[in-house]
Design a protein around this ligand. Structure first.
Ligand SMILES: *Cc1c(COP(=O)(O)O)cnc(C)c1O
Length: 480
């Protein structure tokens, strides 16, 4: 049954609140707000009871799919379970009721939390100093690339190019272009890793930086990372490491130890915050010592037991975000880190990697596996075999919805034909992994025996196949 809109549920005079009587003198609005800003009549809001509202939103939430309902193996996005204690801590009034203009001495706890989180992330990544201001991964990339540009400018020449492997996330070339650089693609070799000969051929003194994703978007660890860093450094370039895939590396590999100059974090991926329609993200950009002067201000500094905001860095990029960043996300990330501790964090990555390899090996006979070595926290299959029966990867993804599993990432990375990118995450039990694997095997069989069944799916969702591009381009949010 279709859920009615709140507007359709509206009934004149019905309401969901009772306000206490006024205990101050009543005053006309026109005394407080200039007349030209006042609306002429009441806005046409739906009139509904609390029961109507709660049932409406509960029903709507059941039409959607989310991590609290089932497995969400959306490669590259790390849709892990978000522990509920994160939500409790970030809603503590001492955090949630703060105002960004409060004097520093009244927000010591918040400053301490941010300072500690910065330090935890430096420890995890091996970087020297870190800013939590960026709002998400892509914003961190922009900030990181601006820092790289500022560094080269300070040395007399911003340079003109940025090297980006063909397995990179699409945000990397976008960030490089946004900072005025021309992207140069570096080919992957047959093992799905950066081809060292191509890198050597393209690296010269016009290259400002290499943007490396490790593990890369094929889910493979760039084992030559030190050699890659050396090649770039020898010719005066810097290395940017896209850390969106750090979920595979916690407590195991620190980019800073390999000589990387900039690393970004996706707090909402690696450190568990609802994302993807579920709330705002959080970023973070960590740098090596020589790039510290360019970090955004204010910096949080600790003297004795007192925390304060320091604006006094002459080479800083300045402020890159309204106030200090998405604070609620920082509280969640801090909670997650403190709950797990160092040992727990390492186990997160170990389990994420084991789960991915288990799923990959269970599926390799049923789908084309382009890269045969063990994967990190995610892996990429190709739908090439199914395409011969007329079933495309898009159809496999839609059919999975009928089996109660969210679809994996599809058609990314671009270098794998009919790609299916699967990231189970550490949150999934053996049973839920098996459920996913069985669904994928069933679909592979259906693609053989009854291709049109798969092509017509999904059958069990509130809506079937939508015009996805059209829905984004022709937004229609008017009340009907
Ligand atoms: C998710 C992701 C990004 C972008 O991060 P957002 O937080 O979505 O802006 C960049 N690079 C990689 C490899 C990613 O997986």
């Amino acid at each position: 049954m279709r859920e009615k809109s709140l507007r359709q549920l509206s009934s004149p005079g019905r309401r969901g609140h009772i306000l206490p009587g006024l205990d101050v003198p009543e005053m006309g609005l026109e005394k407080l707000i200039p007349g030209q800003h006042l609306r002429r009549g009441a806005p046409p809001l739906p009139e509904v009871s609390e029961v109507d509202v709660v049932r409406h939103f509960t029903n709507v939430s059941r039409m959607n799919y989310h991590v609290d309902r089932g497995m969400y193996p959306l490669g590259s996005c790390t849709m892990k379970y978000n522990p509920k204690i994160n939500e409790e801590t970030c809603r503590l009034p001492g955090f949630s009721a703060l105002h960004p203009y409060q004097p520093e001495e009244t927000v010591q706890g918040a400053l301490q939390l941010m300072w500690e989180l910065e330090n935890f992330l430096c420890e995890i990544s091996g970087m020297r100093e870190l800013s939590l201001q960026p709002a998400a991964g892509a914003h961190s990339e922009l900030v990181g690339m601006l820092i790289i540009r500022a560094y080269h400018e300070k040395n007399g020449n911003p340079r003109s190019k940025v090297l980006i492997p063909d397995s990179a996330h699409g945000t990397n070339p976008a960030s490089s272009a946004s900072t005025g650089y021309t992207s140069v693609e570096i080919k992957s070799n047959r093992k799905g890793l950066v081809d060292i000969d191509s890198l050597n051929a393209e690296m010269n003194d016009e290259v400002a930086a290499l943007m490396l994703t490790n593990p890369n978007t094929l889910g493979l660890f760039e084992t030559d990372v030190r050699q890659i860093v050396n090649i770039v450094h020898e010719r005066g370039g810097l290395v940017y490491l896209d850390g969106a895939n750090l979920n595979a590396l916690l407590g195991i590999f620190r980019p800073g130890d390999a000589g990387v100059d900039v690393v970004h974090f996706n707090l909402h991926k690696t450190f568990s915050t609802p994302h993807g329609g579920g709330g705002p993200g959080g970023g973070g950009v960590g740098v090596s010592e020589r790039l510290s002067p360019f970090l955004p201000v204010p910096r949080i500094v600790k003297t004795g037991d007192v925390f304060r905001l320091d604006h006094g860095r002459p080479d800083s990029l300045g402020n890159v975000q309204a106030f200090w960043g998405n604070f609620g996300v920082m509280v969640r990330a801090w909670t997650y880190l403190r709950m797990l501790g160092a040992r727990g964090l390492r186990r997160v990555s170990e389990n994420a990697v084991i789960n991915a390899n288990y799923a990959m090996r269970s599926l390799q006979e049923h789908y084309e596996l382009p890269f045969k070595q063990n994967c990190m926290h995610e892996f990429v299959l190709s739908g090439d075999r199914q395409v011969k029966r007329g079933v495309r990867t898009r159809d496999i993804a839609k059919r999975l919805l009928d089996y109660g599993v969210h679809a994996p990432t599809v058609y990314f990375p671009l270098i794998v034909h009919e790609a299916l990118m699967i990231e189970p995450t550490e949150s999934e039990s053996r049973e839920s992994l098996d459920q996913f694997i069985e669904a994928m095997i069933s679909i592979a069989r259906e693609a053989e025996s009854d291709p049109s069944l798969v092509k017509g799916s999904p059958y069990s969702t509130p809506v079937g196949r939508l015009d996805e591009a059209g829905a984004a381009r022709n937004l229609d949010v008017r009340w009907k």
